[in-house]
Design a protein around this ligand. Structure first.
Ligand code: NAP
Ligand code: GDD
Length: 330
């Protein structure tokens, strides 16, 4: 039975990946931070077979302890301060968790494997780093592939570039089986409510049910390449099953504006978004990423990764899930 350790197990991707790996017959361990983390209950309810280990990406001793406890074949580093907008208010924390956190985990792996000699192929633990399309930032070309230059536009993007390059550096320096998945935006019913597509789906449900009147958004012309998280975690797993470690762009290959998300979500319940949405300059970012669109050719051809849920179905799925959640709360 293969063993996996997932950091960020309480997050959207952590729960999807746990579910998927358990289905594949893995024993799954999840890193949980904090003394009274309220999200522990969500993991215990949704993926009860995950074994929780305590630890924090800012504390290397705890990462070594988690590795010793899990004795994993594969480590998926999904933990991060992942909300781009917040990264301008908490840049140092973002650098520490999202950037240096990856380095701490790589060093912890080296420590428990006891291999530190340059050129020596560190056997054993395979490592996945959750890199992000946010690293492309002010994109140098459209669509973006593994060869596109990075130009991050937020402290979060900068921290992810560090984590990305340090992962590649550890692969090249120590022969570690370390892969980066450069994932484009992916959501679903488990998406945090701070991210725009979930903010919209939740508001649409509440407006439809008469619980709210309107929704305030920022830049509705920004474009992203959105897919379904349940599809994307399969690509993470596939990367670690290849003969050689490598980096892959994962996305749908289509971009859509925030306005389109709102149009589809509101019209799904028979409403017109223009009657309910107002724009607030306070929600615009100090530096925006205008257009992200993936070129997922490598993931499709090398990994054989094929997403099943379309952008439109994703938005409708999220609205339906929020309608159910908000109705059952009544
Ligand atoms: P998410 O829902 O925001 O989850 C983030 C996870 O990180 C949570 O489990 C959180 O724990 C954990 N975490 C935060 N700080 C930590 C710390 N100091 N020590 C240990 N754990 C900590 O994010 P997601 O959407 O699942 O994304 C997973 C990863 O993929 C992230 O690295 C994200 O940056 C990256 N990514 C996401 C997307 C996307 O569109 N979803 C696209 C590209 C890349 P708590 O629950 O305790 O806060
Ligand atoms: N969150 C939010 N809230 N975003 C808004 C709003 C709003 O009210 N109004 C407009 N937007 C715009 C943002 O300005 C941005 O251009 C776009 O919607 C998407 O914002 P988010 O949903 O916050 O996601 P993100 O693209 O910044 O970051 C997500 O995707 C990255 C991959 O590209 C996160 O999941 C990151 O962790 C991930 O790396």
């Amino acid at each position: 039975m293969k063993r996996a350790l997932i950091t960020g197990v309480t997050g959207q991707d952590g729960r999807h990946l746990s579910e998927y790996l358990l289905e594949q017959g893995y024993q799954v361990f999840g890193l949980l931070r904090g003394q009274h983390n309220p999200k522990r209950a969500i993991v215990e309810r949704e993926v009860p077979d995950v074994r929780i280990l305590e630890g924090d990406l800012t504390d290397q001793t705890s990462l070594i302890g988690a590795l010793q406890g899990a004795q994993p074949d594969e480590v998926y580093n999904l933990a991060a301060m992942s909300f781009v907008a917040l990264s301008w208010n908490q840049p140092e924390l973002t650098g520490n968790v999202t950037g240096l956190g990856a380095l701490r985990m790589l060093e912890a792996i080296r420590n428990v494997q006891g291999s530190s000699v340059s050129g020596h192929r560190a056997a054993g633990i395979k490592f996945y780093q959750a890199s992000s399309s946010e690293m492309f930032g002010r994109a140098h070309e459209v669509p973006q592939s593994e060869r596109t230059l990075f130009h991050p536009r937020s402290p979060y993007g900068v921290a992810k570039v560090f984590a990305h390059h340090i992962t590649i550096n550890y692969r090249e320096s120590y022969g570690m089986f370390a892969c980066c998945g450069i994932l484009f935006n992916h959501g679903g019913p488990r998406r945090g409510p701070e991210f725009v597509e979930r903010k919209i789906s939740r508001a649409v449900a509440r407006i439809k049910l008469g619980l709210d009147k309107g929704l305030t958004l920022g830049n509705m012309e920004a474009k992203r390449d959105w897919g379904y998280a349940g599809d994307y975690v399969k690509a993470m797993h596939l990367m670690l099953q290849q003969d050689q470690p490598d980096d892959y762009v994962v996305g749908m290959g289509q971009s859509h504006s925030v306005r389109e998300v709102a149009e589809i979500a509101f019209s799904h319940v028979g409403l017109d978004w223009r009657e309910h949405v107002e724009i607030s300059p306070s929600l615009f970012r100090p530096a925006e990423v205008d257009l992200l669109e993936a070129d997922p050719t490598k993931a499709r051809t090398v990994l054989g990764w094929v997403p099943e849920v379309s952008f439109e179905d994703l938005v409708r799925m999220m609205v339906d899930a929020d309608l159910e959640k908000e109705s059952s709360r009544q």
